[in-house]
Design a protein around this ligand. Sequence first.
Ligand code: NAG
Ligand code: NAG
Length: 434
Amino acid sequence: MIQGRCRLWNLTLCALAFLFIYNLILTMKLVYSPECHKHQTPVVKPVKPARQKCEPIGTNQNTRTFNLDLTLGRWDNAQRYKLFDNILVGDRFAPLNDLYKTCLATQSSLDKLPSLAEVASHWSGPISLALFAASGPELDALLSYVAYLRKCDQGIRDRVSFHLGMARERLPRTFDLDEDKLEEMDCRKPLEVLRNLYEASTMTASRWRTKLAYPQNHLRNLARKNCQSKHVFLTDVDIVPSRGAAEGLDVFLEQAKCPGDGKCAYVVPTYEIDERVRFPRNKSELVRLAEKGLARPFHHKVFIYNQYATNFTRWQAHSNDGPNIHISHPVTNFEFLYEPFYIAPDTVPPHDERFVGYGYTRNSQVYEMFVAGYEFLVLSPIFTCHWGLQVKRSRPPWREHQNNLNRKQFDAFKREIFAKYNKDPLNMMANHKT
Ligand SMILES: *[C@@H]1O[C@H](CO)[C@@H](O)[C@H](O)[C@H]1NC(C)=O
Ligand SMILES: *[C@@H]1O[C@H](CO)[C@@H](O)[C@H](O)[C@H]1NC(C)=O
């Protein structure tokens, strides 16, 4: 018994001695080795199968190779949406951001995407576009349409960078791009191509909207933050800027002096125009259309507060004020729910992502700018147009529902704004008109 214990003791001592010496050797080796080689031993992981069906073909490679892994991406703060930056980058997007002072940031779902061609033909600067897909099949159709637009349109191929947002509960694991179908898509028929995509996947344009809210503000932030030039012009994809605005703004911003603490937002007036006219070449042509009732301030009949403070009467009074962009007048009658499209450095407050769907999405951000002390200055002679004279229709119930939800959110939002800036210029804390 004693002998056995002794042998065990010796064995333990031997093991300890061995470990001590081994440890010493390892330490010496580490101390005298020239550098740590940690980075030379990469962890080898099994290669994931490519999610893209397509093989890059010759020069077309960049037309359709999406940098998109749906198992990655980044979550929004509430983990309701997943966002993917730069899934496809315009061939000249990066250099254009150095060349131009203003980047156009915009967002769209598949049904409105055909507008992009006209936007890109008028705007020669960089364009950052955030897309929303409501489901796996819609994502496939959306990516096909993006590849189609790039195939057919040099402006889009050069200037537009695409980003993607999807809802957590509708997120597929993979996507699929049908190469053969892409070859067949006719560049002369963008609307027909879109219709065929919808039919092939048995989706109805935007039927999901009754159940799934469109995350406008997530997409706006996604588009804004992927702009690389100093100034951002945030629009919706169906808001078409007048031709040459990007170059004109370069000249204007070069010499623009913003008084005070640099809090200036340059408003670009937005009109809605009759479908039958051609896009106005310049301000005098637009004013002539307005005089004939073929153009009018955007949302004039639907929701007048939308642009009213821009003061179109004043803007139109000088219909021939030369080709150089200048400040026509400041906004003097700011009112709650005003939501102009404007150009500003992207240090303006973000679009609050608690507002999802319709109501209080853009105007809550503009409201915060106003409380924060921004001045709104209306530019001339540039403008933007939305196709079609809008008439007041009853809102579909889903839209009313989203608006009601957001109105509740706005109550908390305005209190936070008050706490943040300790200012209440529109007397919102006492006023219950919201
Ligand atoms: C505006 O366009 C019209 C025709 O397209 C042209 O006749 C007119 O000279 C232009 N006006 C200005 C100020 O450029
Ligand atoms: C527009 O400007 C005119 C002229 O300065 C002014 O009389 C009018 O009150 C303004 N209207 C709005 C809505 O700001």
